[in-house]
Write a protein that binds this ligand. Structure first.
Ligand code: XMP
Length: 326
């Protein structure tokens, strides 16, 4: 039997009951596979890795070692939430790595989007490798591979793929979600007690805010994109758009424009708002965000985010625009 093929008669996990049954079965399978050995997991805080972490904590507790790499390109509050949920609430074995300076130094002056992605991906593997080498007795690597990853690629996660580890650092894989679709992963995550903010979060690219801070990343613009994104998310949540709009975020270009603030000329950055709906991310339509809400968000961003004097709304569907700007 092909272990990477979802059986035709596999029931779709749509209810808490079905999720409980899945969890029970997976806990047994994981315990049988792993025994008393240790398992390593790169825990980004995204839906898939968070659900894998919660499942493994249930199955093997402290035999799971989670590594959370903060590359400085995460959204506001994300690293804190990972520590709070997994270390404080679930009592997980969690290693938090502050790699912010390392990533930002490597990215300094790099303008080309694909080059930025390569640097972020390669540096991620390097940081993870260093942490793995410090640990002893690890025999397994858990990954949040889900069924679409298997269908769409060669079975490895494009974003937090740690499959690029060197030859002498190869582990047996533990991939308990590999036959599940995203909606099923969310139902399982909910049944495992993860907070809604983690279970129902919108997709977030592996290179994170790095591809939303256009051109060469600077720390001041990175903070501006992080703060404006937090305002957009807060306002979407308050106005019932969270969970309704597929993906929404802000982008900051690497040019300034003239404006006026507090009666004085200002020369500052614009922020671009993007809110789109899609089924498969291959095409996308623009969400019809109420104009008054756009005005309110504009008002908040220009008042609260240092260095920003203008806000634009991206009206472009995909095609011709991609969802991200880089
Ligand atoms: P585009 O911009 O190509 O995005 O229309 C389609 C979907 O893919 C996400 N995306 C990425 N995800 N690593 C990822 O893990 C990346 O480098 C990357 N680039 C784009 C994007 O957020 C959208 O959901």
């Amino acid at each position: 039997m092909d272990n990477n093929k979802r059986p035709d008669d596999m029931v779709r996990i749509t209810t808490n009951e079905l999720a409980e049954a899945f969890i029970e079965e997976q806990v047994k399978e994981i315990q049988a596979q792993v025994g008393d050995k240790k398992v390593l997991l790169a825990l980004s805080g995204g839906v898939d890795s968070s659900v894998v972490a919660a499942l493994l904590i249930k199955a093997i507790g402290k035999q799971l070692v989670c590594v959370h790499v903060n590359h400085g390109l995460l959204r506001k509050g994300e690293p804190e939430q990972v520590v709070e949920v997994f270390r404080n609430q679930m009592d997980a074995n969690l290693i938090y790595v502050d790699a912010i300076d390392r990533f930002l130094d490597k990215l300094e002056g790099v303008e080309e989007p694909e080059q930025k992605r390569k640097i972020i991906g390669a540096e991620f593997i390097r940081v993870f490798e260093e942490e793995a080498r410090k640990l002893e007795g690890i025999e397994f690597l858990a990954q949040g591979t889900i069924y679409p990853d298997i269908l769409e690629s060669d079975g490895v996660k494009a974003h937090h793929n740690v499959g690029g580890l060197p030859e002498d650092l190869q582990f047996e894989l533990v991939e308990p979600l590999k036959l599940l679709f995203k909606d099923e992963v969310r139902v399982v995550g909910k049944a495992l007690g993860l907070p809604d903010g983690m279970v129902y979060r919108q997709p977030f690219p592996g290179p994170g805010l790095g591809v939303r801070c256009l051109g060469a990343i600077t720390r001041d613009r990175l903070e501006a994109v992080r703060e404006s994104d937090a305002i957009l998310r807060e306002e979407f949540a308050k106005n019932g758009l969270e969970g309704k709009v597929w993906q929404y975020f802000t982008v900051i270009p690497d040019f300034k424009s003239v404006g006026v603030k507090d009666g004085k000329r200002s020369f500052e950055w614009p922020v671009i708002l993007r809110a789109v709906n899609t089924k498969d991310a291959m095409t996308a339509t623009v969400e019809d965000v109420p104009f008054s809400l756009l005005q309110h968000i504009t008002d908040r961003i220009t008042k609260e985010v240092p260095g920003v004097n203008r806000v634009c709304f991206d009206l472009t569907p995909k095609p011709t625009g991609t969802i991200e700007w880089e």
